[in-house]
Design a protein around this ligand. Structure first.
Ligand code: PLP
Length: 377
């Protein structure tokens, strides 16, 4: 199988799975229990939290372990805006956020919050200038993703974080799902207050995620009950999920530079080969681009048709992101990035992981040439 849909999900690393199973076999106590067996589970949880904070350099933060970034984004944005609505009602974001950010903000807009969408087709300086101009007395939150999940575009998180030092009342939420373990993420240096991540995007187990939050912030809980996770996410804690998430994070962050170099060489090679194919239009050619994602169109073939045709050759890529790929409409994200509707409908995404190989790219190109020839004529 040639699996090139790693932005949708990645295979679980055997070491991570081992850690998950080990906790479930031996340390399955409830970390909220008073007895020693529960306390052992609690110790593992505390250790996992420390590891995550150290790996992402977050000194004044705590970790809400949860089911994934969708939950993190909902809690970070709705929980923050509901807790601080007396301070102001203005949110700044981008039109290319994941649905879990986009729809949460749209819902807040219905409740009376005012939203400014930054045009991210501008230069880095242009993006910063728009943010600076949009900030006003009422601004309480900026929510901006680090790497876009369909195009691979990198947003200037470090620079936005520096700008926000001038506005301590404005808090900074970053959806870092597609950057964690791929490009450097330093929570303190980037001046991030709230950061969302999902373990299954970096060889962790599905259903395990985290919201890393500034410990001095308040959030309105989304799930009430037994007050677990600092009172922000009630429900018996998934200790195995937390321990395995910390392990998965360490396994991708330690070799980050060498993994990056490897994936960059695959990206350059794939672009060079794709450009040789008649009708292929590369969408992901921006300067600020992660090599982990290539978005392109094989004109005039519909993205969905191409995905299914490649399946016949055991090659797996995607049309749009996994969560929106079942909708027939052109991608909201590609259109916001200035790509016309026709090309947007014909676009597909190839996404690498550190385990991808040159052989995978060769097989992709070989299959693409065959199916494009079949589908065109
Ligand atoms: N944010 C981004 C940028 C994503 O790519 C995804 C998933 O694809 C999510 C959030 C949601 O993550 P999950 O489905 O693990 O909750």
């Amino acid at each position: 199988m040639i699996y090139l849909d790693n932005s949708a999900t990645t295979p679980v690393d055997p070491e991570v799975l081992k850690a998950f199973v080990k906790v479930n076999e031996n340390f399955w106590g409830n970390p909220s229990s008073l007895h020693a067996f529960g306390a052992r589970a609690e110790q593992l949880l505390i250790q996992a939290e420390k590891q995550v904070l150290t790996l992402l350099n977050a000194k004044n933060h705590k970790v809400i372990f949860n089911s994934g970034a969708t939950e993190s984004n909902n809690l970070a944005i709705r929980g923050f805006c509901h807790a601080y609505k007396k301070r102001g009602n203005h949110i700044i974001t981008t039109p290319i956020e994941h649905a879990s950010v986009h729809e949460t903000i749209e819902e807040l807009e219905q409740e009376g919050f005012r939203v400014t969408y930054i045009d991210v087709t501008a230069t880095k300086e242009g993006i910063l200038q728009q943010i600076q101009e949009a900030i006003c007395e009422d601004t309480i939150l900026i929510s901006c993703m680090h790497v876009n999940n369909e195009m691979g575009m990198i947003l200037p998180i470090y620079e936005i974080g520096q700008l926000l030092k001038k506005y301590p009342k404005v808090k900074f939420h970053v959806d870092a799902v597609q950057s964690i373990g791929k490009i450097p993420v330093d929570i303190d240096k980037m001046n991030i207050d709230l950061l969302s991540l999902s373990a299954h995007k970096f060889h962790g187990v599905k259903g395990c995620g985290a919201l890393i939050m500034n410990q001095y912030l308040n959030l309105a809980p989304e799930i009430t009950g037994g007050h677990q996770m600092y009172g922000l996410r009630s429900g018996t804690i998934n200790v195995a999920g937390a321990v395995s998430l910390a392990k998965a994070l360490r396994l991708v962050i330690e070799p980050l530079d060498s993994n990056y170099r490897h994936v960059k060489s695959l990206f350059d090679y794939a672009i060079q080969e794709l450009e040789k194919i008649d009708g292929v239009v590369i969408n992901s050619n921006r300067e600020e681009q992660t090599p982990y994602i290539i978005n392109f169109a094989a004109v005039p073939i519909k993205g969905e048709t191409l995905v299914h045709a490649l399946e016949e050759y055991d090659v797996y890529i995607s049309a749009k992101s996994a969560c929106s790929s079942k909708s027939a409409a052109a991608s909201r994200i590609l259109m916001a990035l200035g790509i016309g509707e026709d090309i947007a409908l014909e676009s597909v995404r190839v996404s690498f992981s550190d385990r991808s190989t040159k052989e995978d790219v060769d097989q992709l190109i070989k299959a693409l040439k065959v199916v494009i020839a079949q589908l065109k004529y």
